[in-house]
Ligand binder design. Structure first.
Ligand SMILES: CC(C)(COP(=O)(O)OP(=O)(O)OC[C@H]1O[C@@H](n2cnc3c(N)ncnc32)[C@H](O)[C@@H]1OP(=O)(O)O)[C@@H](O)C(=O)NCCC(=O)NCCS
Length: 212
């Protein structure tokens, strides 16, 4: 069985070897706006179109969304993390991992989404971030299931989920409105029983490699 709603302080962070995940702060507005502006073309094909008449990159909307995310965090409704890179010069923002619509009771489920800055792709950083997020979901939040939805041609995202043991559960037709079109998505699920911590998975990978 999964757990009851819990309270995680907003000072909480997850630390990986190359990146970290932490909740957004009001002081992130400028950095987040620059990151989203720089990545507008990279993210557009995979992102919902903005709601009517609203500019999601305006200072007002960014400020509102950060305040909403912090409020949702405190109420065990959703956990949105900003991804930061560990560098000698500080911790610049490089992406986001969102755990949304936490459902307790008999479902104990959360939805997973993520993106990373175009210039930081193909270095395993999103994989590292998803590993941290899964340890948080199953270890800290004590949830039972994570669901993700991916467009069939999003090879990198599908690879991230497959490598982490997510099962393909079927195709959901016209599931999400992405860039203005209702797009089919492959639904992926992973339950706590199936989840394998990264260290244990690395050991299994090494054994399989050795057996080849
Ligand atoms: C999807 C996304 C998060 C991947 O980030 P990333 O940091 O480049 O991913 P990783 O470097 O961890 O790579 C993950 C795996 O995908 C593979 N991969 C990366 N880019 C790929 C590509 N363009 N085509 C095929 N495979 C790819 C990697 O080789 C790696 O495989 P491996 O684990 O077997 O080595 C990033 O491309 C992105 O932000 N895309 C736009 C937003 C998006 O699609 N979000 C997900 C919506 S469901």
């Amino acid at each position: 069985m999964g757990g009851d709603a819990i309270s995680i302080p907003l000072s909480f962070q997850l630390t990986g070897a190359r990146i970290g995940l932490r909740p957004p702060r009001a002081t992130d507005i400028g950095g987040l706006r620059s990151l989203l502006r720089a990545n507008a073309d990279h993210l557009r094909p995979w992102s919902p179109a903005p709601a009517n008449g609203l500019d999601p990159l305006s200072l007002t909307e960014l400020s509102r969304s950060i305040a909403r995310q912090r409020s949702d965090w405190k109420r065990d409704v959703a956990y949105v993390f900003l991804m930061v890179a560990h560098t000698e010069r500080g911790e610049p923002l490089i992406g986001r991992v969102a755990l949304t619509s936490v459902t307790r009771g008999p479902f104990q489920n959360v939805y997973l989404g993520y993106w990373i800055d175009g210039g930081h792709q193909r270095r395993g950083l999103a994989s590292e971030a998803v590993d941290l997020a899964l340890a948080f979901v199953f270890g800290t939040l004590r949830l039972h299931r994570v669901q993700a939805a991916v467009m069939p041609h999003n090879d990198a995202s599908r690879r991230i989920l497959a490598r982490r043991g997510f099962r393909e559960e079927g195709i959901a037709r016209r599931y999400l409105c992405i860039a203005g079109q209702w797009e089919d998505h492959i639904l992926y699920g992973l339950t706590g029983e199936e989840w394998c911590e990264p260290a244990a998975r690395a050991s299994v990978d090494a054994q399989e490699e050795a057996a080849r």
